[in-house]
Design a protein around this ligand. Structure first.
Ligand code: KIV
Ligand code: NA
Length: 273
């Protein structure tokens, strides 16, 4: 049960051993994931939708990310922890990007940071890596650019966009990333990129040929309201479990079925008898 590091990830890729990853945003779920043996835990800015009730990842702040990263890193002893750099925390200047990446590491306790984009962020990636902070890249459907992409849809379907993604992957590899998330791209393109770079690819909606897979925990657990993308396999229906429990509790209290004596205390005097 050795701690997963950047070397572990590279080793898994070279051995063809699949890397498992999930998101987490709090202590109890991160503890479960870590004890189950998931290799990577991402404190994603999907936090905004999954637990903060936002409509996109755009309103998520550095303070939000640091707050939740702290809870996750306290729980995880084995998994490699990645913290997402939120919208505009790495786009304004390299100094800004370095300061914000440093907060996620020093205050949050993460082992790496993730940021979205290709060639346009390569210099920023390089300076964060040079500061000793492992960086995970993220290409394809990059949710922080949803307004520019015109919605949440499959990316890299035509030749021009596919070749842009290939060269973006290359420039991120050259900039020194330790892993690359590929989100919502055709599986043949994901396969090509996976075979063409030395760093592990982690797919979400990117088919079976990536070096690893990630899903948003709340999506795969059935705790997400509304639209669920095609690439999400739902492994549980936690929404239903919570509803049933809450309905039973309400009914018990209304009908004076809870608490019974079993859940109640007696006075000191009667305890002593
Ligand atoms: O924020 C997130 O959960 C992510 C994953 C979808 C890769 O970036
Ligand atoms: Na994200």
């Amino acid at each position: 049960n050795d701690k997963v590091t950047v070397s572990t990830l590279r080793k898994y890729k070279s051995e063809g051993k699949k890397i498992t990853a999930l998101t987490a945003y709090d202590f109890p779920t991160a503890k479960i994931l870590d004890e189950c043996g998931v290799d990577m835990i991402l404190v994603g800015d999907s936090l905004g939708m999954a637990v903060l009730g936002y409509e996109s990842t755009i309103p998520v702040t550095m303070d939000d990310m640091v707050h939740h990263t702290k809870a996750v890193t306290k729980a995880a002893t084995r998994a490699f922890i990645i913290a997402d750099m939120p919208f505009m925390s790495y786009n304004i200047s390299k100094e800004d990007a370095l300061k914000n990446a440093a907060r996620l590491m020093a205050e949050g306790g993460a082992q790496s940071v993730k940021l979205e984009g290709g060639i346009e962020v390569a210099d920023t990636v390089k300076s964060i890596v040079n500061a000793g902070i492992p960086v995970v890249g993220h290409l394809g459907l990059t949710p922080q650019s949803v307004n520019q992409l015109g919605g949440y849809k499959v990316q890299g379907k035509d030749d021009k966009k596919a070749s842009k993604l290939r060269s973006d992957a290359k420039s991120l590899e050259d900039a020194g990333i330790c892993a690359l998330v590929l989100e919502c791209i055709p599986m043949d393109l994901a396969k090509e990129i996976t075979e063409s770079i030395s760093v592990p690819t982690i797919g979400i909606g990117a088919g079976p040929y990536c070096d690893g897979q990630i899903l948003v925990l709340h999506d795969m657990m059935g705790l997400t309201q509304g639209h669920k993308p095609k690439f999400v396999k739902q492994y549980a229906n936690i929404d239903k479990i919570i509803r049933n429990s809450v309905n039973n509790y309400i009914s018990d209290v209304r009908n004076s079925l809870f608490p019974t004596e079993e859940y109640s205390f007696t006075s000191r005097k009667s305890d002593a008898k």
